[in-house]
Design a protein around this ligand. Sequence first.
Ligand SMILES: [Zn+2]
Length: 142
Amino acid sequence: MVKDKCICLICRASVAIPKRGNLERHHKTVHKNYEKDFPPQSKLRKRKVRDLISCLKKEQTMFTRPAKQSKATTIASFKISHILAKHKKPFEDESVAKEAFIEAGETLLGDFKNRIDIMSAIRELQLSRPTVTRRIEVMSQA
Ligand SMILES: [Zn+2]
């Protein structure tokens, strides 16, 4: 539960009516492979759940996060927008870039102590289409 909303730990979707049946339906349809990828009682699952919870907590405290971090996130977002523009890639690619980033990060950072911090910084990257479009406009005016 986040404020009054019931949020899915995995995809951040909010479930309208937080009843057991609704939650189960969401989990079984949207996250079909979860049971298989993270078997119940497994260490993998415990770690996954712990990561998911701490990620969510990090996001909740995002507003109290030091300005330096959000500046770094903005710069990173500008750099990715610039690369996409330079290679004349469609803006749809920015979400692909982010997805690749997250996947690679989770694999590469493995057991790094600050993995969760790094991953939450990546997740904060603003790479939605309007953001990227705005970034490119700003850069082309400079
Ligand atoms: Zn979900």
